[in-house]
Design a protein around this ligand. Structure first.
Ligand code: ZN
Length: 321
């Protein structure tokens, strides 16, 4: 059978839905498909590869909560995995290198952490992906999806399609300087999105540079070597304000989390002299060379790391200032 637009319009009608509470059918697969299409619509997709990105999760949550908070409760991992299981499915999963067997064994990967550990990304049939890139056929597919699965919510979804959920969350958080959460406030899925928004904002406040060594490397697909790091650990303090954060490269993030260095009240790097034995790589400075140097700071003072957090970190690791 030719895999053309008609073929996929027909496939959309055959998506599986699981019965929710009270026997109501919960269309998680249509909801996921809609979310995936929206990432294309938003220009977030460069090629036929769809990792479980915070942007995708944010879109899925947007629909799940705004369409019906009562029965759209599934984790995005369930449809992300199950949609690939149908024999003639147009959705497929690529395992991470070394994790091929986990996928081949058919063990269900229907939990977010399991999927993240084992799956690199999902992808569409090439034919379908081509159709989704073209605005005209994409619109035909969206219309079929809405007519079939959400006939009473078409207008609502059309207007939700215009809302860039992740960008909005990032913007809102930045306006507020971040947020502090109580443990029961957000579920795991929402936490993953909020955490990603916090880290992305934080990194851009530091111009994608490591506050310690100033390194800045950004790849073509916006991955970068710098992390958004917490000064006081999130697990204990639930503090996602930018004043509790620093942008640090992988090495210096790891070192900071183990108290290899602290930052004093003048924002200078403090390295206890008796803790490290090091031999630096060719042409690069040793860590201890940075002792006493000023860290990179955000442009706006409001976003500087707080003295309270930095003092907490020095005391926790017994670093004299
Ligand atoms: Zn660094």
């Amino acid at each position: 059978m030719r895999k053309d637009l008609d073929y996929y319009l027909n496939q959309i009608q055959k998506l599986r839905v699981s019965p929710g509470p009270g026997g109501i059918k919960a269309p998680y697969q249509p909801l996921l498909l809609l979310s995936l299409i929206e990432t294309i619509e938003q220009g977030l997709v460069l090629k036929n590869e769809f990792p479980l990105s915070p942007e995708l999760i944010a879109i899925f949550i947007k629909y799940r909560t705004k369409l019906s908070s009562t029965y759209y409760q599934a984790d995005i991992a369930q449809p992300f995995y199950h949609m690939s299981k149908k024999s003639d499915s147009f959705w497929h999963l690529t395992p991470k290198p070394g994790h091929e067997e986990v996928l081949a064994s058919g063990g269900p990967l229907n939990k977010l952490n399991k999927l993240r550990d084992n799956i690199l990304y999902g992808y569409f049939d090439e034919e379908l992906f081509e159709l989704l890139l073209s605005p005209i056929s994409r619109n035909a597919l969206i219309s079929k999806l809405l007519d079939t699965w959400f006939p009473d919510k078409i207008d609502q979804i059309r207007s939700l399609l215009q809302v860039h959920e992740f960008e909005q969350l990032q913007f809102k958080l930045k306006e507020k300087g971040g947020a502090i959460y109580t443990t029961d406030q957000v579920d795991d899925l929402e936490h993953a999105v909020r955490d990603a928004a916090f880290r992305k904002n934080l990194i851009s406040l530091y111009d994608h540079r490591c506050a310690f060594c100033h390194v800045r490397i950004v790849s073509y697909n916006s991955q970068n070597i710098v992390d958004g790091a917490h000064i006081k650990p999130f697990s204990k303090f639930r503090d996602n304000r930018y004043t509790n954060g620093l942008a640090l490269c992988k090495n210096h993030h790891w070192a900071f989390d183990r108290g290899w260095f602290g930052i004093d009240n003048q924002y200078r790097i403090t390295i206890p002299h008796d803790r490290l034995t090091e031999e630096s790589a060719i042409e690069s400075r040793s860590m201890q060379d940075f002792n006493g140097e000023q860290i990179v700071l955000p442009e706006q003072k409001d976003f500087y790391p707080s003295q309270e957090a930095l003092t907490w970190h020095r005391q926790a690791w017994k670093i004299a200032s």
